[in-house]
Design a protein around this ligand. Structure first.
Ligand SMILES: Cc1ncc(COP(=O)(O)O)c(C=O)c1O
Length: 375
């Protein structure tokens, strides 16, 4: 059978291996506590669930790619409150089915003569896959702890070959944040060399000390594209609701492209999303939950000799394990604790592991007890 060569060449999604590990552990009768994948299991706030239910209509029609004006207004209102950024909801926003599909398909809508895309490593794997399926090629930008997990822009030399440069801060997996000066510098290079700075800000609302900045806050955002989502901010992974904010020309391209793919969010989800983006109070509570879990888990891990190596924000603990990450993760698995080896995020992640603080507080307390015993 003639199937996509890109698909055939893709290595197994590393997290599929984690699923195999978990199945094996359960088959051995272990009580598994899963810090491996980053799917929050917190309750979606009741007012958001109610807004969804109240929005289901008798007649169901196709949603339009432009999205409901009320949703674009609510997103623009949040960007203004949160980052002090004024965007035009009529021309600079498009709602998406969560941010994953938008991140994946973005290169298909924008890659032209230039086919190269700069992608950090370690990183969320979807940036690379989107580029490969769009027929582009990847220029890997290694991130290092000694550089604050930021790309070394001085060392990068493919500025005139790239069409896009992906960044992700606060970062999955490292939890590092980026200062506005970093975005200013990269946005300046984007204007000078005519590429798009694509900023994935899925974790912008999960912070502990200072609220992270957005790439949208740069003085001139004519080459800046920002992706954000309600998945983590409002514990809404299952709703699939996010947005892209970009210059009008890019949004016009997406409005042209997206109806072909059929990726407009359902209108009842859009109405629930209006409620979510319009409220900030519930997000304070979401942050508090992750702070409590962090306060339970981190001391136990540190007492066991692991060193926190990033994690200024996000619900990830990124830890230096002082040796190869996969045997370390397998050792914990023998005691029912699942974490993600850094090597799953690419060679630059070797030596580290990632704990996603998604189990319940009670499970975290149980896991901390186990860790104190075995590490
Ligand atoms: C870095 C990063 N970006 C984007 C996403 C996509 O989130 P969603 O599609 O739920 O909005 C995730 C999900 O885990 C992520 O970790």
């Amino acid at each position: 059978m003639n199937l996509s060569p890109v698909l055939a060449e893709l290595t197994q999604y590393p997290f599929a291996r984690l699923d195999d590990w978990k199945d094996e552990a359960r088959a051995r009768g272990l009580d598994v506590i899963d810090f491996g994948t980053g799917d929050p299991r917190e309750r979606t706030p009741a007012f958001i669930r109610e807004a969804l239910i109240a929005s289901i209509e008798e007649v169901s029609s196709y949603p339009r790619a432009t999205g409901l004006p009320g949703l674009r207004d609510a997103i623009a209102g949040w960007l203004d409150r949160r980052f002090g950024v004024t965007v035009d909801p009529a021309t600079e926003l498009v709602p998406t089915l969560g941010s994953k599909e938008a991140i994946f398909s973005f290169p298909q809508a924008v890659l032209g003569d230039r086919r190269a895309v700069a992608i950090p490593e370690p990183a969320y794997p979807v940036y690379e896959r989107g580029v490969l399926f769009a027929g582009g090629n990847v220029v890997t930008v290694p991130l290092r702890e000694e550089h604050g997990w930021l790309p070394d822009l001085e060392a990068f030399d493919a500025w005139d070959e790239i069409a896009m440069f992906w960044t992700c801060y606060p970062s999955n997996p490292t939890g590092a944040t980026a200062p506005l000066s970093f975005y200013e510098e990269l946005a300046g290079r984007a204007r000078e060399h005519d590429f798009l700075l694509c900023s994935d800000e899925a974790y912008s609302e999960l912070w502990f000390d200072e609220p992270p900045v957005s790439a949208l806050q740069v003085a001139d955002r004519s080459n800046v594209v920002c992706f954000n989502t309600l998945s983590k901010r409002s514990s809404m992974t299952g709703y699939r609701s996010g947005f892209v904010c970009a210059p009008a020309e890019v949004i016009a391209a997406l409005r042209h492209f997206r109806p072909t793919v059929g990726t407009a969010p359902q209108e009842f989800v859009q109405r629930a999303s209006i409620a979510a983006w319009s409220d900030d109070e519930h997000v304070t509570e979401v942050r508090e939950v992750y702070r409590r879990k962090r306060d339970i888990m981190l001391p136990a891990l540190e007492a066991g000799g692991l060193r926190l190596a990033g994690s200024r924000a996000t619900f990830y603990l990124w830890l230096d394990v002082g040796g190869p990450s996969e045997p370390f993760a397998r050792r914990l698995l023998d005691h029912g604790i699942v974490c993600a080896p850094g090597s799953f995020f690419g060679p630059a992640g070797e030596g580290y592991v990632r704990f996603a603080l998604v189990p319940t507080e009670a499970e975290c307390a149980r896991a901390a007890g186990v860790l104190r015993r075995i590490l």
